[in-house]
Design a protein around this ligand. Structure first.
Ligand SMILES: Cc1cc2nc3c(=O)[nH]c(=O)nc-3n(C[C@H](O)[C@H](O)[C@H](O)COP(=O)(O)OP(=O)(O)OC[C@H]3O[C@@H](n4cnc5c(N)ncnc54)[C@H](O)[C@@H]3O)c2cc1C
Length: 417
């Protein structure tokens, strides 16, 4: 039998988007006495394994938050590479700087984990009381003064046809990524630009041990990052102009590794001693996009739906997890105080707290990218001098390191989980 069936169910919170940020929020609020649904466009039983190898450098603050959510042990069990040292250079320029974890008095400057590992751990920890609609698409929204009606289409098997569900909720969370449909349907504007660059990701095997050192080389098209992955491999994020990205991704393994060594330059040769193998490759477009408001009536944006930035400083997910921590705390306070979780004051509290952090991180990230990707001679001189000078400014280095590791932000958040 084929046909269209419509069901309506009531929820307190509906989260559109079950990516890293949406599912972290679902877990964070699942301990409260609330009825929660997640709508995810991809099949959650297969997607963590089917994505190409993509990794995240988690900050110290994000690790602490994942510990509070109770999933860090599970993530760590499947393999995490701590970053003990970061080395920044510009091939062909004298300036270079190295920073060590000891300077910031922290256990590690960051933790490299595959996206799949984090997703798997978050989904596994989700209690059965949370309804996950997947693969399913948020299609449309209706509202009354009290409620939001979320129209969801779900492809069943052919014999059952296409199901439409209507989820009635008090609070809708847009965690549906850069092109957020929630943001568009709720009339929230965004500003930003396409970087006209792709990030080519792959894992490579160096001939020398990586000693848990991360490298960031600022090349002509943008940064080329080497993140220590498991015992011996690096995960690379290689910023390339579109045509160059299409050419390089199609090269055979040996030509690919040759181009990689050439891009990293002579200065990096002693660190890697060449590369022997490369794994599967994938490309991601880089975009900068920030929402004009974090909230609308009964609606909140989190993660990439609220802010997408260049991964040069590895801040996107770290920022998204801080959205989750602040929003979960605001919802918990409303529940504890017997208040409406979608009251304008609750949403405003979240928006106010997230505005400053988002502006600071996006300004820093986009500024860093602009300075290091410019061909203008004055900027080239400034960055050469800046890298050499930073080598001799311990207090600036310590401040930068603690900020990048998320220690400062975590202290500012307090115990919010
Ligand atoms: C190459 C690269 C390297 C990066 N490295 C780092 C790093 O080192 N550190 C760091 O902190 N960040 C990093 N980032 C950024 C980080 O990956 C993102 O900030 C983070 O994954 C965003 O998660 P999200 O859940 O907000 O969005 P997404 O991961 O985009 O998830 C959105 C989800 O919503 C679903 N969806 C979309 N539309 C609908 C719909 N209509 N209905 C239902 N579901 C829908 C999608 O299927 C998706 O699963 C990197 C990004 C890139 C591209």
């Amino acid at each position: 039998m084929t046909g269209k069936q419509t069901q309506q169910t009531n929820y307190d919170v509906v989260i559109a988007g079950g990516g890293l940020v949406g599912i972290a929020l679902a877990l964070a609020v699942s301990r409260l006495d609330l009825k929660i649904a997640v709508i995810e466009a991809q099949a959650t039983d297969v997607f963590p394994d089917s994505r190409p190898e993509r990794v995240i450098a988690l900050s110290h603050g994000s690790r602490s938050y994942l510990e509070e959510l109770g999933v860090w042990h599970d993530i760590a069990d499947s393999g995490v590479a701590p970053i003990h040292e970061v080395h920044i250079c510009e091939p062909g320029n004298r300036g270079e700087v190295g920073m060590h974890q000891n300077e910031a008095d922290i256990e590690a400057l960051g933790y490299v984990v595959s996206n799949a590992q984090i997703l798997r751990a978050l989904y596994a920890a989700l209690p059965e009381s949370v309804d996950v609609f997947a693969p399913a698409q948020l299609q449309a929204l209706d509202e009354t003064p009290e409620s939001m009606f979320v129209h969801v289409s779900q492809d069943k098997n052919i014999s059952q046809g296409k199901n439409e569900s209507i989820l009635r909720c008090r609070l809708l969370i847009g965690a549906d990524g850069t092109m957020s449909k929630v943001r568009r349907l709720r009339g929230i504007g965004s500003r930003g630009w396409d970087h006209n660059r792709f990030g080519l990701v792959a894992s490579v095997q160096p001939n020398k041990p990586h000693r848990n050192v991360a490298h960031e080389c600022f090349c002509a098209d943008g940064p080329l990052a080497f993140l220590p992955l498991d015992e011996s491999r690096y995960s690379i994020v290689w910023t390339l102009a579109p045509r160059e990205a299409s050419r390089i991704i199609a090269l055979d393994d040996s030509d690919f590794l040759h181009e990689l060594e050439r891009a990293a330059g002579e200065m990096m040769k002693p660190h890697f001693g060449g590369f022997s193998t490369v794994g599967p490759r994938a490309m991601f477009p880089f975009e900068y996009r920030v929402c004009e408001r974090f909230t609308a009536a009964r609606t909140v944006l989190i993660g990439n739906a609220a802010h997408t930035m260049h991964p040069v400083a590895g801040q996107g997910l770290n920022l998204g997890l801080r959205d989750v921590a602040v929003l979960a705390a605001a919802i918990r306070r409303a529940v504890d105080g017997g208040r409406n979780i979608a009251a304008p004051l609750v949403l405003e509290e979240y928006a106010q707290q997230r505005c400053g952090d988002t502006t600071a991180v996006s300004t820093f990230t986009e500024g860093l990218n602009a300075v290091f990707c410019s061909d203008l001679l004055p900027l080239k001189l400034v960055r050469g001098a800046g890298l050499s000078g930073m080598q001799h400014l311990p207090s600036l280095r310590r401040w930068l390191l603690r900020r990048a590791a998320g220690v400062a932000q975590r202290t500012a958040l307090g115990g919010v989980a």
